[in-house]
Design a protein around this ligand. Structure first.
Ligand code: C2E
Ligand code: MG
Ligand code: MG
Length: 708
C-alpha cells in the first residue's frame, strides 16, 4: 500500500520534471531561432535578390538541421533527466518503504504477544516520529497486558470463588475457584443468571444486595448437589468500559456447617445415652405442652431416677457407671410408645414425656402399663464389665393439665413426686399431689436452715443400744444424730444428713458428733466403769478429709477417752470408694485402737471376701434384710449365710432394725452376735442410756425377759 503511494508520487515528480525540461528547451529553441532569423534577414538586405534567395534556401536547410539536432538534444536531455529522476525516486522510495516494513514487522511481533523493544533508528523525520509513537503504543500495550495477566493470575490463585454479574444479574466472569466450588465450567456459567445458581426456594435471596455484608447462602452445583457458602456482594462500576454490576465472592463453609451441626447436636444430645439432654428435653417438652394446650390434650411427665446409683459408681468405677446408665436408658426407651420423648436431665436422672392423649382416661390407661413396664425393664439384671448388676428406679409423675400448666411447674412437681417415691424406699412410682410440693419447698428451706441450726446447737444425739443375743446384755450403743427444730420438732438424719453431705457441713457435723460422743462417754465413765462400745457413723467425706486422723486423735486426747471405747461405722460403698486409700486410712485408725464396723451390709455391691482386706471387726446387716424375717425365705438364707461367713472371717455380726420377737428368735437361732432395733424402744438420750446401763448393773433392766 505504502509502496504504491511512493511509486505514484515518484511518477508525478518525473513527469513534471520532464514537462518543465522540454518546455524550457522548446522555448529556448524557439526564441533563439526567432532571434537568429531576424539577424540573418538584416544581413541579407545588402545582397541581391538571387543571392538572398540562395542564402535563404541554405539557411532553411541549416535551420532544418539545427531543429533536428535540437530535437535530438532535447530528447537526449529528457532521457537523461528521466534516468536521473528514476534513480532519485528509487532511492527515495527505499528510504520510505524500509522503515515502513520494519514497522509492519514490529506490529506483527506485537500481535504475536512479543513485547521486546527494537533498537531506536534515530530518525528525526516523520517516519522517526511514527516509529516513536508506535513504540509508546507498544509500551502501554505491554503494561496493560502484563497487569491483565497479573490480575488473571491473582484471580486464578484466589481460594475465594468470584462471580461477576452485570446489572441484569447475568454472569460475565468467574474465576477457577468458582468453577471448583460450583462444579461448573466458566463457559457454562457465562450468561447464566445468579438466581440459577441458587436453590428454588431462595432464588431472590441475593437480588440487589451490594452492601458487602457477609451472608450465608446455598449454591446449587453443576451435579445438582448443594453447597453452603458464606458470601459478600459488592457493587462494581467501570466507566471506561461502561460496565456496571456486582461481584460476588463466596467461600465453601461445608466444613464449618458440619462442625456447627456437630456442636448443635452435642449441645442438644447427651453424648453417653444419645437422648436429648436437659435443655433439649425442656425445649421438646415446651413444644409438646404448647401442642397439648392448643388441641386440648393431656400429657404426662415421668421423672426417673436410678436408685442408689452412686453405689454403682463408687463400687465399680465411673466407666461401669456409664455403661450401666447407657443400658438403663436403652431399657427405658424399649418400652415407650413411639411418640414418647426421652431426656437425660443429669447424672442418673431421666425424664419421659408421654403425649397426645385425647382423654384423661386414655393417659391413665397408658401410664398404668408403661410405668410397670419401665420398672420391670430396668430391673432386669445386666452384665457390666464382668459384674452382674441389678438396677432399680424410682419415678415421679406429673400430668398436664392436672398437676401443672407449664414446663417449670410440671418438672418441679414430677421431681417432688420422685422425691416421695425415693423416700418410701425406691423401686416404685408416685403421682404428684399438692402436699408433695410443700415437702420439697421445706427440703430446700432445711438446707439453708441446717447450718444455722448447727451453729445454734439444735443438734442432739440419741443412743441406740446393741444387745448381745446370748444374754441380752447391753454391749454398747450406736450414736444417731437428731435435729431438734424448735418450730417442727425432731428431724431424722435421713432428711438432713444428705443435705449436710451436699454442703460439706457433714465435716463439721461429723466432728461435732465424735466430740459429743466422747464428752458423753467421759460423763458416763464417772458413774459406770464400762459404758460399752459406742459406735459413730462416719461419712465418706470425713474419711477423705486431709487431716482427719489428727483431728480424731485430738478429740480423744481432749476428752481423755481411749479410742478402744469407740467404733466407727462405715458403709459398704464408702469402703469400696478408692479402696487402696481407704485401707491405708482404716489401718491407721485401727492402729489407734479404734474398732471398725461395716454398716448397712448387703445394700452395696461388695462381697464378703472383699472385706478381708480391711481391718474390720464388725459387720452390720442392713435392716432391709431383717424386716421380713423369718417369713421371707430368701432373706432368711442370705442372713444365715452372711452370719456364717462373717464368723469365718472372724467378724462379729450386728443385726439392725430388729422390731419383732420372731426376728430376734431367728437371729439368736442363727448365732447373730448382737441386735439393735425398735423392739427395745426408741433410741435413748445420753442420760437415759446411762440409766439403762445402771439398771443393768443393778439387774433391774426390763428387756432381759426378751432373751429368756
Ligand atoms: P444407720 O447407721 O444404719 O442407723 C440405723 C438407722 O436405723 C437409724 O436411723 C435408726 O434409728 C434406724 N433404726 C434402728 N432400729 C430400727 C427399727 O427397729 N426399725 C426402723 N424402722 N428403724 C430402725 P436414723 O437415726 O434415722 O439414721 C439413719 C441414718 O442416718 C443412719 O443409718 C446413718 O447412716 C445416718 N446417720 C445417723 N447419724 C449419723 C451421724 O452422726 N453421722 C452420719 N454420717 N450419719 C448418720
Ligand atoms: Mg450406722
Ligand atoms: Mg445401718
Amino acid at each position: 500500500m505504502s509502496r504504491r503511494l511512493v511509486s505514484k508520487f515518484m511518477l508525478a515528480v518525473v513527469t513534471i520534471a520532464l514537462v518543465i525540461v522540454i518546455a524550457t528547451a522548446a522555448l529556448h529553441l524557439h526564441l533563439s531561432r526567432v532571434a537568429t532569423e531576424a539577424l540573418i534577414e538584416q544581413s541579407l538586405q545588402q545582397y541581391p535578390e538571387a543571392e538572398r534567395a540562395a542564402g535563404r534556401a541554405r539557411l532553411d536547410a541549416t535551420q532544418q538541421n539545427m531543429r533536428r539536432d535540437a530535437l535530438y538534444l532535447t530528447l537526449l536531455a529528457g532521457l537523461g533527466l528521466l534516468v536521473l529522476a528514476l534513480g532519485i525516486g528509487a532511492l527515495a522510495m527505499r528510504g520510505i518503504t524500509r522503515p515502513l516494513s520494519e514497522l509492519a514487522g514490529e506490529a506483527r511481533q506485537l500481535g504475536d504477544g512479543d513485547y521486546a523493544p527494537p533498537a531506536d533508528t534515530g530518525r528525526r523525520d516523520e517516519l522517526g516520529k511514527l516509529g516513536h509513537a508506535f513504540r509508546q503504543l507498544r509500551e502501554r500495550l505491554r503494561e496493560t497486558t502484563i497487569s491483565r495477566d497479573y490480575l488473571d493470575q491473582l484471580l486464578a490463585g484466589l481460594n475465594e470463588a468470584l462471580i461477576v454479574v452485570d446489572d441484569d444479574d447475568r454472569i460475565v466472569r468467574t474465576n477457577p475457584a468458582a468453577c471448583r466450588l460450583l462444579c461448573r465450567t466458566a463457559d457454562t456459567m457465562q450468561g447464566m443468571t445468579l438466581a440459577e445458581l441458587l436453590p428454588e426456594d431462595r432464588r431472590d435471596s441475593l437480588a440487589g444486595h451490594d452492601d458487602q455484608r457477609a451472608r450465608e447462602s446455598v449454591f446449587v452445583r453443576g451435579d445438582d448437589t448443594q453447597v453452603p457458602v458464606s458470601l459478600t456482594c459488592s457493587r462494581v462500576t467501570h466507566p471506561e468500559t461502561d460496565f456496571s454490576g456486582r461481584i460476588i465472592s463466596a467461600r465453601d463453609i461445608s466444613e464449618r456447617k458440619r462442625a456447627e451441626q456437630r456442636i448443635r447436636y452435642l449441645a442438644r444430645i447427651d453424648s453417653l445415652t444419645k437422648v436429648p439432654n436437659r435443655m433439649q428435653f425442656q425445649h421438646l417438652l415446651q413444644r409438646a405442652l404448647a401442642r397439648a394446650r392448643k388441641r386440648g390434650e393431656y400429657l404426662a411427665l415421668l421423672y426417673i431416677d436410678v436408685d442408689r446409683f452412686k453405689d454403682v459408681n463408687d463400687t465399680f468405677g465411673h466407666l461401669a457407671g456409664d455403661v450401666s446408665l447407657e443400658t438403663f436408658c436403652q431399657r427405658v426407651c424399649e418400652v415407650l410408645p413411639d411418640t414418647a420423648i426421652v431426656g437425660r436431665l443429669a447424672g442418673d436422672e431421666f425424664a419421659v414425656c408421654l403425649r397426645d392423649f385425647r382423654t384423661l382416661d386414655a393417659m391413665m390407661a397408658t401410664l398404668d402399663t408403661v410405668i410397670p413396664d419401665i420398672l420391670r425393664s430396668v430391673g432386669r439384671s445386666m452384665r457390666v464389665q464382668g459384674h452382674e448388676l441389678y438396677l432399680t428406679a424410682s419415678m415421679g409423675v406429673a400430668r398436664y393439665p392436672l398437676d401443672g400448666g407449664d414446663v417449670i411447674d410440671l418438672i418441679r412437681n414430677a421431681d417432688a413426686a420422685l422425691y416421695h417415691a425415693k423416700k418410701v424406699g425406691g423401686n416404685c412410682h408416685a403421682f404428684y399431689t399438692p402436699d408433695m410440693n410443700a415437702e420439697a419447698v421445706e427440703r430446700l428451706m432445711l438446707k439453708s436452715k441446717l447450718r444455722r441450726a448447727f451453729e445454734r446447737n439444735e443438734l442432739t444425739l440419741r443412743y441406740q443400744p446393741k444387745y448381745g443375743t446370748h444374754d441380752g446384755r447391753v454391749m454398747g450403743a450406736e450414736a444417731l444424730v437428731r435435729w431438734e427444730m424448735p418450730e417442727r420438732g425432731m428431724v431424722l438424719p435421713a432428711d438432713f444428713v444428705p443435705l449436710a453431705e451436699e454442703t460439706n457441713l457433714i465435716l463439721d457435723l461429723g466432728e461435732w458428733v465424735l466430740d459429743q460422743v466422747c464428752a458423753d462417754y467421759r460423763h458416763w465413765q464417772r458413774s459406770i466403769a464400762s459404758p460399752g462400745r459406742v459406735s459413730v457413723n462416719l461419712s465418706l467425706k470425713q474419711l477423705r478429709q486431709q487431716n482427719f486422723l489428727e483431728r480424731v486423735k485430738d478429740i480423744f486426747t481432749r476428752h481423755q477417752v481411749s479410742p478402744t471405747c469407740l467404733e466407727l461405722e462405715i458403709t459398704e460403698t464408702t469402703l469400696m470408694e478408692d479402696a487402696e486409700r481407704t485401707i491405708r486410712m482404716l489401718e491407721a485408725l485401727y492402729r489407734m485402737g479404734l474398732h471398725l464396723a461395716i454398716d448397712d451390709f448387703g445394700t452395696g455391691y461388695s462381697s464378703l471376701s472383699a472385706m478381708q482386706h480391711f481391718p474390720i471387726s464388725t459387720l452390720k446387716i442392713d435392716r432391709s434384710f431383717i424386716r421380713d424375717l423369718p417369713a421371707d425365705r430368701n432373706n432368711a438364707t442370705i442372713v444365715a449365710t452372711v452370719i456364717q461367713m462373717a464368723h469365718n472371717l472372724e467378724m462379729e455380726v450386728v443385726a439392725e432394725g430388729v422390731e419383732t420377737e420372731a426376728q430376734l428368735a431367728f437371729l439368736r437361732e442363727h448365732d447373730c452376735d448382737y441386735v439393735q432395733g425398735m423392739l427395745f424402744g426408741e433410741p435413748f438420750s445420753a442420760d437415759d442410756y446411762a440409766d439403762l446401763l445402771l439398771r443393768q448393773i443393778e439387774g433391774t433392766d426390763r428387756h432381759r425377759t426378751l432373751f429368756a
